[in-house]
Design a protein around this ligand. Sequence first.
Ligand SMILES: NC(=O)c1ccc[n+]([C@@H]2O[C@H](COP(=O)([O-])OP(=O)(O)OC[C@H]3O[C@@H](n4cnc5c(N)ncnc54)[C@H](OP(=O)(O)O)[C@@H]3O)[C@@H](O)[C@H]2O)c1
Length: 244
Amino acid sequence: MTQTTTIPERVVIVGGSSGMGLALAAALIGRGAEVIIAGRSSARLADAERALPEGPGTVRSVVTDITRESDLERLFTEAGPVDHVVTTAADANGAYQPIGSFDAEIGRNFVEAKVIGPTLVAKHARIAAGGSLTFTSGVAAYRPAPGASIVAAVNGALASLAYALAVEMGPIRVNVVSPGWVDTPIWDTIAGPAKTERHQQMAARLPVGRIGHPDDIAQAMLTLMHNPFITGTVLHIDGGHRLT
Ligand SMILES: NC(=O)c1ccc[n+]([C@@H]2O[C@H](COP(=O)([O-])OP(=O)(O)OC[C@H]3O[C@@H](n4cnc5c(N)ncnc54)[C@H](OP(=O)(O)O)[C@@H]3O)[C@@H](O)[C@H]2O)c1
């Protein structure tokens, strides 16, 4: 009897050391994938590697700042050809600010990380035909709140970027996941000690009665990665936040 060997899929997650990216890494390792997680902090990457489950897949990490093109060139040279790339990288530090005190430098850094960075990922990643590139935007683009104008702008821009790249990069598929509020470490930066109270208030407002878990978003990313007919799509995973 002939035995067939399945080649494990290879996935790069830029932002894979925390939150949604880390949840996706765990799900992929459970499915036998070869996962490469990337982020700025080597300590955070090492913690993530320790926290991830044992096999059947594998994980390794590459220190990468998505705002630096030379880092991305090195990441994708080390990774070689891949099946899927996902970007979740963002640092919300200072990004939420009323327009009257808008700090242009902070705004530029946020644009660099969430718009220019993903564009450079598209430039340098060597993704297999039929593979996918998935960006992470956010509900701020679709249900804006005061004090989040630049956050809304970059998340909205990611949708247009994905539409354009889906046309240009086909048959590679390019999509966006747009999360609502999800309980991840980014909230320690956004809300500090007010995090739990703000999450409870949002949970009470949402039709689903809770805020998101990183696994909710990881499942959506898996769908975008593996459904071969989805491209140029923004998938909203927000518990109904846009409707409230
Ligand atoms: N959580 C929410 O409620 C929510 C809602 C809507 C949208 N989003 C979006 O969802 C995405 C994922 O957020 P999350 O909640 O999972 O955040 P998180 O837990 O803070 O994870 C962010 C990840 O990105 C990495 N990162 C940050 N800046 C980077 C850079 N310049 N280059 C490379 N890696 C970088 C971080 O590692 P290092 O710090 O070590 O680099 C970390 O691994 C973000 O784009 C965020 O804007 C989140």
